[in-house]
Each structure stands twice: as structure tokens, then as C-alpha cells.
Write a protein that binds this ligand. Sequence first.
Ligand code: FE2
Length: 188
Amino acid sequence: MDKKIENPIFWQDFLRICHKNLIQAYEILFQSIDLISLISIPAPSQTSTEIYGRKLLYQDHEGEVLLMTWQEDRFCAPHDHEASQGCVFFLQGHFLERQWLWQEQTLRLGPSQEISSPTSVPVEAGRIHDMKAVNQGVSLHVYFPPICKMKVFDVKNQMTYLVGQKAGAWLPVSEENILKGESWGLVG
Ligand SMILES: [Fe+2]
């Protein structure tokens, strides 16, 4: 095991570097740590509704670093990241990311891109997207500030759910994770 990746100070520094210089952060991640050790960190077990497992590596008031392990060929729900922005570093696997765009009070599929590890993709505040791993995959997510709530969109039933920090980018199955739910007929 690479000792650096067990050290919160390493991730605190990494978070700060991500904020200033994504190229430098990319080099640190892919050239100076043992990637196999990082990919092998166990993520919490997943229920059938959870598309990915999450392991919080570091969080403070400025941001957070999360490791995500993805199930095979299952899209997460379209979602935003509220006011947060940051970067996703793809560590292992091939992914498909799709944008969703509001048009006439409904969400429609926008452009999509295939993503192959190793690479990184910036996360912009306000962008709505979903993603899947073609096979299994592992990604590292850096967000500023930490995502304490986000919108998840139920395209089939035309509903928007505001969900809390414990929820992920999948449709909430329990009321306790829903801060607010609204029909698209009422909001846009
Ligand atoms: Fe996302």
C-alpha cells in the first residue's frame, strides 16, 4: 500500500493543487502515487439502487475528494452538482458521459462523450449530466465546495429531487434523502 494515499494531508494538498493547477494535480495523481493501491481501496458496499460505491478520502470546508467504484453498464441518474465545480479523474475503465439540456420545460439528451482512463474531465457548476462505466470503472472526484445537496432528475416521471449529502446520483428510494421534490410542470 502506498502510504501517501492513506494520509489525509496528502489529499488536503492534492485538493489545494486541484484548485490552482489541474495539470499539476493530474501529474501527481498519475505519476507520483501507486495507482493500483488507490484503485484497490474498498468503497462502501452498494445496494442495487446505488450505481457506484463511494469512499470519502478527504473533506474540509473548501472541498472534498471522493473515490467512486462503478458497476458495469449502468447509468447514474441525470444530476447537477449545485454550486460546486471541480474535476473527475478517471483511474480505470471506459466511461460514457451524456449532457442533459433543458428545452421547453423538459430535459433532453445533449452531446455525449466516450472517456477512457487515464484522463480527467472538468466539472462545471450548473451542468447536468449522467455517466456510466462501460465495464467496471474507478474514478476520483474533486469538488469545491463539498457537495452538500444536488438535484437529481427523474426523466421518465418528469420530477426533480433535491437530495442531501448522503444521497448519490440515483433516484432516491427513501423519503429521508429527499429535501424537496417537484414536478417539471411546476419548475424548470
Ligand atoms: Fe456528476
